[in-house]
Structures are given as structure tokens and as C-alpha cells.
Design a protein around this ligand. Structure first.
Ligand SMILES: [Zn+2]
Length: 228
């Protein structure tokens, strides 16, 4: 069953991708079975930049062409991490963009409100989150780092914790989050793709962390993934 889910993946990366989904939740595995025949995977293209030089695109999912384009220069570990995230964008598109619904937006808003840095209680709650994060292996999750980047709009208090501890702060720019050089509802789309990556990887520490600190969003995500 499982071995046909990723037939579109280049042969030399198939084992890496299968391994990357090996511990995925049953709901995620069912999604990959359901959409296996719609999946297309290609290589990043080279494009001319403003200086007339050829530069490679970064890995992404293109909804217009319905294809995940992957950077083939990355090693297997990075390929698997990125592929799980891009598959999340593909699944979001196949499901009719649940990330862009009011329900998903409300869930994310409810979780954000708990940490709203503009009031004292929110700041304290955010501080508690960061204290626990510093002592958790979830600190190394790119998916979680990018969620924090989007939800808190690259808050310096969060960024400083990453830099002070030598952890990689994987993120998008605020102009991306604001839609200036990103899509509409960029935060919701990326949070969805990152949660997909988290449940596909299914690392107990990371799943435990996001479910504790983003209870509304993770519950909504699981309803979407499990209820279709
Ligand atoms: Zn993305």
C-alpha cells in the first residue's frame, strides 16, 4: 500500500521520502494514499535574475501546475524535511485549502491571544513557552521555528532565544507574512504545512510541544486531516 504513495518522487529519493513518512500518523498516511495519483514532483528550475545570472528556485509547491519542485542539491535529510512541508501545501490544495477557512483562522487567533505580548499575562505565557522550548528537543524543529516566526511575526524575544542558544531560527520574512512577497493568508498556509510536516515526522517531543502550546490550532488541524 504505502510503497505507491510516492511513485511521483524521483527514484533516487524514494527511500528517503518513504522513510520520512514511516512514523507518520494514520491520518497523514491515509492522505498520502488518497492523493498519491495526483502527486507530481519535479526539480527546481533555473531562472534569470535581474543581473542576468541563472539562479535556482527554492523548493516549493506550485498550485498552478500542481507540482512540488524540490531542490536536488540538498542532502537526503534536508530533502525529507522539506518534502514533508511541501507535501503539506499540496495536501492543503487537494483538500480545498482548509488553511484559508475561518475556522482555522479562529483557532490560530485563539492560541495567539493566549500569548499576546501586548499584555502582561500574554508576555508571561510566551515566556513560559520559551522556557520549556529551550529545554526541549522541539527547539531543533524547523517546522516549529517557522510556526513561531509566522504566528509572532518574527518577535525579537523569540528570535533572541534561538540565537542565544545557537539554535537555527528557520523562518520567513515579515514581508512574506504580510503578503507583500507572499500569498494571501501566508501565516495560515505555512502553519498548516508545518503542522503537516510535524505529524508526518511524528516526533513525540515536537508533537507534544505543539499540542500543549497550540491546542486550538492542532485540534482544528487534526479535525481537518481526520475528518475528510
Ligand atoms: Zn511553505
Amino acid at each position: 500500500m504505502e510503497q505507491h504513495c510516492f511513485d511521483a518522487v524521483p527514484k533516487e529519493r524514494l527511500e528517503t521520502v518513504n522513510e520520512g513518512f514511516r512514523n507518520a500518523t494514520d491520518e497523514i498516511k491515509q492522505i498520502t494514499e488518497r492523493f498519491s495519483s495526483n502527486l507530481n514532483v519535479g526539480k527546481c528550475r533555473k531562472k534569470l535574475n535581474y543581473n542576468g545570472q541563472f539562479v535556482s528556485e527554492i523548493s516549493h509547491y506550485s498550485e498552478i501546475d500542481n507540482i512540488i519542485r524540490m531542490d536536488e542539491t540538498k542532502d537526503n535529510e534536508e530533502y525529507a524535511i522539506t518534502f514533508r512541508h511541501e507535501y503539506g501545501h499540496f495536501a492543503d490544495a487537494q483538500l480545498g485549502r482548509p488553511s484559508m477557512t475561518e475556522n482555522f483562522n479562529y483557532a490560530l487567533g485563539a492560541d495567539y491571544e493566549w500569548y499576546n505580548p501586548s499584555n502582561e499575562e500574554g508576555s508571561q505565557n510566551l515566556n513560559n513557552l520559551l522556557e520549556e522550548l529551550e529545554n526541549s528537543s522541539a527547539f531543533d524543529s524547523r517546522y516549529l521555528s517557522d510556526i513561531l516566526s509566522g504566528v509572532f511575526h518574527n518577535n525579537t524575544m523569540i528570535m533572541d532565544r534561538y540565537y542565544q542558544n545557537g539554535a537555527a531560527y528557520y523562518h520567513h520574512s515579515n514581508s512574506y507574512w504580510d503578503g507583500l512577497n507572499g500569498p494571501e493568508k501566508a501565516v495560515e498556509r505555512e502553519v498548516f504545512a508545518n503542522l503537516f510536516g510535524i505529524y508526518a515526522e511524528n516526533d513525540a517531543d515536537v508533537v507534544g510541544f505543539v499540542e500543549k502550546y497550540f491546542p486550538n490550532t492542532t485540534t482544528r488541524f487534526k479535525t481537518i486531516i481526520g475528518g475528510c
